[in-house]
Design a protein around this ligand. Structure first.
Ligand code: BDP
Length: 598
């Protein structure tokens, strides 16, 4: 799915701004014709979650209506006009001038409708968007599950996952125009032959037929071209780039590819690089690389999970300051604006679907979740396949079996239900079908079945020795970690990334000796994990949970409804651990310093 761009043939109109908003708890809006505009509405910012913009909306997760009017430029008259929503949590329906353009299910991923036949060029157009975010057992991620208690303590709202279920139009709403016969999709796959870069391009067109097209790849002082010949709406060609300047974390060089077909033209940045898993290592351009950094969240005061560009730039600056080269988009796809920045800034990303805390309760619910997981995996790969920064797909985070609590403490190891293995085989297979160029992973919880990991290319594990298990007993915790890492390597022979480890920490709380929740304890725990992993060549990355404190649901374990495992506070002030990490990751290269870290 191409990101809408402005050039000399395509147009884009950003509808970000203040919209009208109204709650619809009775879900009577359609019957009452709210698609024609909202009476007694209040102003609300788009993009932005609705929850933290008004006190009475914080816990509201039901139906909400957004509306605004817009003119559409006369100059778009001979074009197809599309309306695109960057993300709406969780379900949305779009109405244009009182008529339904379409609906979409699932948060964090974009969707677009052709609204050419619904618009007028002679006056204002009414755009109304319904969004609804009920927590339901069959959704991905799920909520209000019978018998499931997050972390073993009562929580509200009743999510099955540990972050606030922010709702609304969280990313920009765009209008854009394309020529009637237009480029529908572009897939770029890069490779290398000796010093040359190989850029394979596949383009598809929609709305009619074109016979030929053209590719131009410009950058590093050269331009390479190729002709495209279309058959059945698709064309492919390979460009050879002599002595290519490769994309990497240290030199995130981007070429510009322009695809022309008929009267349409689309340009996108291309990073030439290869990713591979070989002999227990992750190789970027044939060199072993370590993915060091964080699990993060899209989260901030007032904007919730809404796109917040200044925060994005600031967070990237802080990640560079601390010496991180990588992060995981825990636990859902992040904004497209963020992915583009990662390409430019050279961060290595594990790109995750919204399949967080999947439960294996009953066949009916699982079938419904599998349908959503497959849809979200497809939508994510379609959206992000051309980003050089994406080095791996994660199809799930911490799926849980019913006896998870007992498994976590090592008391019980029941047999792994075959249907759960089948579930992940289907997901991993689908991801592999859609992208043969990137490794696939699944992020496992403590005590999670090893059969699930056996399906993937890289073992990603979250570990809370020293926090949820052996809390306060750091020496024992590190010993367990040490042994477990060796056993896991022996069992699977695949590179291992610890994708989560950390400790909740109240900024400003100090103690000697370090106790849980103090800055000293967090610092010692993180440092201890890094030291244990440093001697193990098969550890391909260490990602701390979390980059910054973030909004969670209310529970006895979340002070003020905030998960405090950040090494920065929610307002981005560094805790003690941040300074330790900066020293660790930025220190001059020594033998024990993980290769590839900055
Ligand atoms: C892990 C989850 C993550 C939580 C974290 C925690 O993957 O979403 O926020 O634990 O408890 O289990 O802090």
């Amino acid at each position: 799915m191409l990101y809408p761009i402005q050039n000399n043939v395509r147009n884009r109109l950003d509808l970000s701004g203040i919209w009208d908003f109204k709650r619809d708890p009775e879900e009577a809006g359609v019957e009452q014709g709210w698609f024609n505009g909202l009476s007694d509405a209040r102003p609300i910012a788009v993009p932005g979650s609705w929850n933290d913009q008004y006190e009475d909306l914080y816990y509201y997760l039901g139906m909400g209506w957004y509306a605004r009017t817009t003119y559409i430029p006369q100059s778009w008259k001979s074009e197809r006009v599309m309306l695109r929503v960057g993300s709406a949590n969780y379900w949305a329906a779009v109405w244009v001038n009182g008529q339904k353009a379409g609906e979409h299910e699932g948060g964090h991923l974009p969707f677009a409708f052709d609204i050419t036949d619904l618009i007028t060029f002679d006056g204002p157009n009414i755009i109304a968007i319904q969004v609804e975010n009920h927590l339901k057992p069959t959704r991905v991620p799920s909520g209000n599950l019978e018998g499931v208690v997050l972390g073993g303590v009562a929580s509200y709202p009743r999510t099955s996952f540990d972050f606030y279920p922010f709702a609304g139009l969280q990313r920009p709403v765009l209008l854009y125009s394309v020529p009637p016969v237009h480029i529908e999709d572009i897939t770029v796959v890069t490779g290398r032959e000796g010093a040359n870069g190989i850029v394979r391009v596949r383009a598809t067109v929609a709305g009619g037929t074109v016979e030929s097209g053209h590719l131009l790849l410009a950058g590093a002082g050269q331009a390479v071209e190729a002709e495209l010949t279309f058959a059945n709406g698709a064309a492919e060609a390979a460009l050879v780039v002599p002595s290519a300047r490769l994309w990497s974390g240290d030199d995130p060089y981007l070429y510009e590819l322009t695809v022309s077909a008929g009267s349409d033209r689309y340009s996108l940045p291309v990073g030439i690089r290869t990713v591979e898993v070989k002999e227990g290592q992750i190789l970027l351009n044939d060199k072993p690389v370590q993915l060091n950094g964080f699990g993060r969240h899209e989260d901030f005061y007032a904007s919730g999970k809404g796109l917040n560009l200044p925060l994005l730039v600031k967070d990237y600056g802080l990640m560079r300051w601390i010496g991180a080269n990588s992060y995981r988009t825990a636990h859902y796809p992040y904004s497209e604006e963020e992915m583009m920045l990662a390409d430019r800034e050279g961060f290595l990303i594990i790109d995750e679907t919204p399949a967080v805390s999947l439960q294996f309760d009953n066949a009916e619910n699982m079938a419904e979740r599998l349908r959503m997981c497959l849809q979200q995996t497809e939508e994510l790969i379609n959206r992000d396949k051309n980003h050089p920064s994406v080095v791996m797909w994660s199809v799930a985070n911490e799926p849980m079996l019913p006896d998870q609590m007992a498994r976590m403490s090592g008391e019980v190891q029941s047999a792994t239900p075959p249907e759960s293995i089948d579930f992940f085989r289907k997901l991993v297979d689908r991801a592999r079908q859609l992208d043969v160029t990137r490794p696939i992973t699944l992020v496992g919880i403590m005590g999670g079945p090893s059969e699930w990991h056996a399906l993937t290319d890289v073992i990603c594990i979250n570990r809370y020795w020293g926090w949820y298990v052996l809390g306060g007993e750091l020496a024992k915790a590190l010993d367990r970690l040490d042994k477990e890492l060796d056993e896991t390597w022996k069992q699977h022979g695949k590179p291992i990334i610890i994708t989560e480890f950390g400790a909740d920490t109240l900024a400003g709380l100090h103690a000697l000796p370090g106790v849980m929740w103090s800055e000293e304890y967090q610092t010692e725990l993180i440092r201890g994990y890094l030291d244990v992993a440093a001697d193990k060549a098969f550890v391909a990355g260490m990602q701390i949970w979390n980059f910054a404190d973030f909004a969670a649901v209310q529970s006895a374990g979340r002070v003020g409804g905030v998960n405090m495992k950040g090494v920065f506070t929610r307002t981005r002030t560094p805790k003690m651990a941040a300074h330790m990490l900066r020293e660790y990751w930025m220190r001059p290269v020594t033998l024990s310093r993980p290769a590839g870290s900055r």
